[in-house]
Design a protein. Structure first.
Lengths: 333, 503
């Protein structure tokens, strides 16, 4: 008897915990949107090929959001991801087409370039003590300018199929970008949940001063998350170049906003210390479903932008209201 | 003389502590009234009630013989009460004139700023206080003394009849103090009442007409300055018997564990040297701002140090960072539990294991099982009252929060534990538990440093007491020879000396 009670208490406790986590709210919003879309657009939305293409589309944003959420968890922001996205794609294509470097080392070079920009962000923020907004605004411009500079503004095409596979191929019928997204999400979930550095990311965002006094290596950890963010932008940029079969210096303009929006819709606290990896992925999914639905409903691309903005505001305020009601205990002064 | 202000039986409770229990204060028009008491005596709370920042729970305020309600700072200003805080509330990038009329801007046609009138009016009030600076000068370019004068001019511009000055001389030079006192005397002649809060008895005797003493949130008495002596004041300020029982244990004192030699860090830590032995509890007494917390932060590597040597068990710390200090077995329970000690958004578990994540690892990854094991061990040992290891730190009471901070350091195996104001804002029961814990740790051979602004606590718990004032050590007393009077005397009578400023 007591055993079954314990069991029931355990289950209901789990469920309560799940509901309290605002990841659950985000999931409900996503589910609700899918329902609305399937009523509005019917089988056009629900077909396997449409769903697959939606997921593939948002997976690029989701990958960037994985990097972004770690930065935001420390209380920072990374505006340079859109430009790094372009730079890494361009560098990889240049390596393959102009410098005759084999595909795999070229891809690694692209990812390293992303990491290097991340490191630059990290050093500006920790050593020069620049606010993240300003430091990454600077690198945003640097990376974009370098992309234009090295390509002269021309797209780099005629890429080999072995490279295009990264963005265009399928493994076991699943498009490769979706696989990258899932693998990276798993990898960084493990990082945040089960490693010392991962815990430090939350600690810095929660209270940097207390973290420092507790021996947390604040500067190293901060640099690390910007490096991760740069690398995630690079992966998304390279995969996009592979998918389109062309590396362009104009790629990814404004993508930093999509990455940030994904994180915020995904329920992370903008002031840091609260959030997870699955949230931003669902945030990116919400935006992806919305874009797709609007296309299916023949809403012009011009209007889509406005609708997405409205959804960001509604989703976040909904979540905030929920949160305020649930935790009446606030930090007293 | 008539009473301008009467505050009668004011009571104010804060969660867990009684900040003021029945305090009264009477101020006459045209007098300089000194308000004194130790840290935590209730001076600031009383002044915040007067200025409408806090509400009071019980009591009455009479202004000019009329009963008044002060429920906002606007109410206080309306009556003619102005407060000049130690940290001056000015906008550094605005001009002197703009600061004086902030929120009451001079206008034309009710919309546009009228800078001509702003400047000319400001000039008038600056002349009144005798401050000769350009009204267009930015506040940040003024000295502290000049900025204080601007605040006084601002007070006059709202027709203040009572000006409260909270430790106005704390960052002034002797010459500036003379100028300030001249101004205070002129205000007195104009019939303005001045409440003067200070720790410096010498100044109080110089400037005040009457003195009111508070202690532990209670009204002790009001005396005419001419009738009283320094000894009497000190006795009024500290003259309580040791309230409650301090669970001091007799522990054999061992070898030196922590050595600090010639530590210098900024203005507030000048050539500080001391050592602590195993089993010893060393107290740091002094006023707020004496440099005690700054010393602890510098030695722990939170703030940079300019020079000096810190060694644990004879081994010098090399990197000067908190992680280096932790490696060497030092732990710091910082002054502000919520801002520096804890990550409030995190759980009891996450806070407890934060400083020693290495211990929670299993095959390279953080093991939740090990974390819980460690946390449960300390929750039990320190009797932390929490709904569980997954409770968020923000939801714990002050005493239990402090225990979590201590648990964090015990989990790292600290041999030197620095406790900065460990019982501030904590209720009596939890306070005693923390004291007992200190005794327990000392008996296990830990070296403990406690910074506290409560003298009874220092006297009750410590084997040795270092008195700091203005960044340097002014006294080192054994338990047997230390008394409250002696400590207060060291603090209050140590004048600004020409201390050789290191190298």
């Amino acid at each position: 008897m007591s055993k079954s009670n314990n069991f029931l208490a355990g289950v209901s406790g789990r469920f309560r915990k799940l509901r309290q986590a605002n990841t659950f709210n985000i999931f409900m919003i996503l589910l609700g949107m899918c329902l609305i879309m399937s009523f509005a657009a019917g089988s056009k939305f629900l077909s396997v090929s449409n769903i697959t293409s939606v997921v593939r589309q948002f997976s690029f944003y989701a990958i960037m959001s994985i990097g972004m959420v770690m930065v935001i968890l420390t209380g920072g922001i990374d505006l340079s991801v859109g430009s790094i996205f372009a730079f890494s794609g361009v560098i990889t294509c240049m390596a393959i087409m102009r410098w005759g470097v084999p595909v795999l080392p070229s891809v690694l070079l692209g990812v390293l370039a992303g990491a290097a920009f991340g490191l630059l962000n990290g050093l500006c923020i920790t050593k020069l003590q620049l606010p993240p907004f300003i430091a990454t605004l600077g690198t945003m411009s640097i990376a974009r300018g370098l992309s234009y500079g090295i390509t002269g503004g021309y797209p780099i095409g005629s890429l080999p199929d072995s490279f295009k596979f990264i963005g265009l191929g399928n493994i076991l019928d699943i498009p490769t970008p979706i696989i990258w997204m899932i693998l990276l999400a798993l990898l960084f979930s493990v990082f945040l949940r089960f490693t010392v550095r991962g815990r430090w990311v939350y600690a810095i965002g929660g209270n940097e001063e207390a973290a420092r006094i507790s021996g947390v290596k604040v500067n190293q950890t901060k640099s690390l998350v910007y490096i991760f963010s740069g690398m995630m932008a690079a992966v998304a940029g390279i995969a996009t170049a592979a998918r389109l079969g062309v590396g362009q210096s104009t790629a990814g303009v404004g993508y930093e906003m999509d990455a940030i929006a994904g994180v915020i819709i995904g329920g992370a606290s903008v002031s840091g210390g609260y959030g997870n990896i699955i949230g931003p992925i669902m945030g990116a999914a919400i935006m992806g479903v919305l874009r797709n639905g609007l296309v299916l409903l023949d809403v012009s691309a011009y209007w889509q932008q406005a609708v997405i903005g409205v959804v960001i505001i509604i989703a976040v305020s909904f979540d905030k209201l929920q949160h305020d009601r649930k935790s009446p205990i606030s930090v007293s002064k | 003389m008539s009473e301008l202000l009467m505050m009668h039986n004011i009571r104010k409770y804060f969660p867990g502590v009684k900040a003021l229990r029945s305090v009264s204060l009477a101020i006459r028009a045209g007098e300089v009234h000194a308000l004194i008491g130790e840290n935590g005596a209730g001076k600031s709370t009383l002044m915040k009630i007067l200025s409408g920042v806090y509400g009071m729970d019980e009591g009455e305020i009479f202004w000019d013989g009329q009963k008044v309600e002060i429920s906002s700072t606007a109410d206080a200003t309306e009556l003619g009460i102005s407060i000049i805080y130690q940290e001056l509330n000015q906008l550094p990038n605005m001009s002197v004139a703009e600061n004086i009329f902030l929120g009451r801007e001079k206008r034309t046609r009710n919309i546009f700023l009228n800078s001509r009138e702003t400047f000319s009016e400001a000039r008038k009030f600056l002349d009144n206080v005798g401050l000769d600076v350009d009204v267009r000068a930015l506040c940040k370019d003024l000295s502290i003394a000049q900025r204080q004068m601007v605040e006084i001019a601002k007070a006059l511009s709202v027709n203040a009849r009572l000006i409260v000055m909270d430790e106005p001389t704390s960052s002034l030079t002797d010459r500036e103090i003379t100028v300030l006192f001249g101004l205070i005397r002129r205000l007195r002649e104009q019939g303005v009442a001045v409440v003067f809060i200070s720790h410096k008895l010498e100044e109080i005797f110089q400037i005040s007409d009457r003195i009111t003493v508070l202690r532990d949130g209670e009204y002790i008495g009001t005396v005419e300055t001419v009738d009283c002596s320094e000894d009497l004041l000190i006795q009024m300020m500290v003259g309580r018997s040791l309230t409650g029982f301090y669970p001091k244990r007799e522990v054999p004192i061992g070898d030196v564990v922590l050595q600090v030699e010639h530590l210098n860090a900024g203005r507030s830590v000048r050539d500080v040297s001391f050592d602590v032995r195993a089993g010893e509890i060393l107290g740091f007494a002094g006023l707020v701002g004496a440099g005690r917390s700054e010393t602890m932060r510098a030695l722990f590597g939170v703030d940079p140090m300019e020079s000096g040597r810190i060694a644990v068990n004879g081994k010098t710390l090399s990197h000067h960072s908190p992680s280096d200090a932790i490696q060497c077995g030092i732990g710091l329970v910082p002054e502000d539990r919520k801002l520096q000690g804890l990550i409030l958004k995190m759980t009891v578990r996450e806070n407890t294991t934060l400083a020693n994540m290495e211990a929670t690892r299993e095959k390279g990854f953080v093991s939740r099982r090990k974390e819980e094991q460690i946390t449960r061990e300390y929750v039990r040992k320190l009797d932390i009252r929490t709904a569980g290891t997954e409770q968020k730190a923000v939801n714990l009471s002050g005493g239990n929060q402090q225990k979590v901070v201590i648990a964090k350091w015990l989990a790292t195996g600290s041999r030197v534990l620095i406790l900065d104001s460990p019982t501030r804002g904590i209720d009596v029961g939890a306070k005693k538990e923390i004291h007992e814990l200190m005794g327990e740790l000392a008996s296990q051979g830990a070296a403990i440093i406690m910074v506290s602004s409560e003298l009874p606590e220092i006297l009750g718990m410590c084997d040795r007491i270092i008195v700091m004032h203005e960044g340097s050590i002014r006294g080192d007393l054994k338990r047997s020879e230390a008394t409250q009077e002696k400590i207060m005397e060291i603090i209050l009578t140590s004048k600004k000396q020409a201390i050789p400023q290191g190298e």
